[in-house]
Design a protein around this ligand. Structure first.
Ligand SMILES: Cc1ncc(COP(=O)(O)O)c(C=O)c1O
Length: 398
């Protein structure tokens, strides 16, 4: 509902312009105002004693924070949303909300590495045992479920290695056993993958990436279905870790034309992925929309689009000095973490160094690419020169 009206029958791009704002409540201004604050004034003894009203103190959020929560809830088709200062903060919040001491949890072996660190460190300290599973397991995950399994954490595509998971198969098994499912949906966003409609209980978006879109914002959004939202909100209220209101306004701005940025990331990402597939130096292009990517069939079946992040595996035998030269002397692509901004990035990855349930068999170097808004010819030229440096005789001055 926006302005008291149901907007679900409107086109997606219209909805994106309407969500999280109401000019009639904003003195006619198009965008919502910035509410910041700690103290909220209560006019009655009753209100101050019972902490009355939706906004009783700053830790309960402000109307600006609520604008983004509401927008995300409607976009994702969830029962409710809570926000965090980072995507990793959202992951921590969800783990603390779902899991208790003595539980066993199943985490995809392709998960974002800091999620692993949280499970192996913080959760282990509280007697939660983590088991990593092959992301391509599908409904065979049933064999791993124990009486004390409380959660299956999915990420599709997987960080760095890009495997697509059979999410509906896993959620079906999980539901049968009363196990909660959590998806890190950052790559696809709710525009290209409707997590809750595919049976996911809790969905996480690192808004730092595509929602922010400019590499100047850290924010996390967690949406949950009706069964999981009350516990999630309670944990959120207990921890009181929320983003600043300015960052929520920035995220709302990002929402208005998220579809344009995603469509452009998809177009350029695919152009470059297909071009890279024909390079003699490249052994494999792991882009969910291309057949070489493990789990590609689930992408075709379930997803409405792809974005601009994918990984290439190089053939074996290139020298480390040349690889270093390849990465360090680029003009357009730069090295750096995160993705989803307007600038192109290339980052070396080494999945063999952390995978535990599955083996990363490739011996060649691997690079994750984030395709930005630059001219495709400049990107290709930059990569052409990078490959020249990779294949140059050792010691040459390219
Ligand atoms: C898939 C995925 N999830 C979550 C995060 C965490 O987001 P943030 O950087 O906002 O903590 C990242 C960051 O790179 C990510 O790639």
């Amino acid at each position: 509902m926006v302005h008291g009206k149901d907007i679900s029958s409107l086109g997606l791009t219209t909805q994106l312009t309407l969500l999280g704002r109401d000019p009639d409540q904003q003195c006619g201004f198009v965008n919502p105002p910035l509410y910041k604050g700690s103290t909220v004034i209560h006019n009655t003894l009753d209100a101050v004693t019972n902490k009355g009203g939706r906004f009783w103190y700053g830790t309960a959020g402000t109307p600006t924070i609520e604008n983004l929560e509401n927008a995300w809830t409607q976009l994702t088709g969830a029962a409710g949303t809570v926000l965090s200062p980072t995507g990793l903060g959202s992951i921590a919040l969800v783990l603390l909300s779902v899991v208790k001491s003595g539980d066993h949890i199943l985490i995809s072996d392709s998960v974002y590495q800091p999620t692993r660190n949280l499970c192996n460190g913080l959760l282990a300290k509280y007697n939660v045992s983590t088991e990593y599973y092959d992301p391509l397991l599908g409904d065979d995950i049933e064999k791993l479920i124990r009486p004390n399994t409380s959660m299956i954490f999915l990420e599709s595509p997987g960080s760095q290695t890009m495997e697509m998971q059979d999410i509906p198969a896993i959620t079906k098994v999980a539901r049968k056993h009363g196990v909660k499912t959590v998806l890190d949906n950052t790559w696809a966003t709710p525009l290209f993958y409707k997590a809750h409609a595919h049976g996911i209980d809790i969905s996480i978006e690192a808004g730092t990436k595509y929602l922010g879109g400019h590499s100047d914002l850290l924010i996390g959004l967690t949406s949950a279905n009706a069964e999981c939202f009350p516990a999630l909100r309670e944990t959120y209220d207990d921890l009181s870790m929320m983003p600043g209101a300015e960052d929520c306004l920035a995220a709302l701005k990002g929402l208005r034309y998220l579809h344009l940025r995603l469509k452009e990331a998809e177009r350029k990402g695919l152009l470059l992925a297909k071009w890279l597939k024909n390079r003699p130096e490249v052994l494999q292009v792991r882009h969910p929309a291309l057949e070489d990517c493990p789990g590609h069939e689930f992408f075709v079946r379930d997803y409405e689009g792809s974005t601009g992040v994918f990984t290439i595996v190089l053939r074996e035998g290139f020298h480390k000095t040349n690889f270093k030269n390849m990465l360090e002397k680029t003009n357009v692509f730069r090295m750096g973490f995160s993705w989803g901004g307007y600038e192109s990035l290339m980052t070396p990855v080494n999945p063999a160094s952390y995978r535990t349930a599955t083996n990363w068999e490739h011996k060649g170097f691997a690079i994750r690419l984030q395709v930005g808004m630059e001219d495709i010819n400049d990107l290709k030229r930059d990569l052409n020169l990078a490959f020249e440096r990779l294949t140059a005789p050792l010691g040459s001055r390219l």
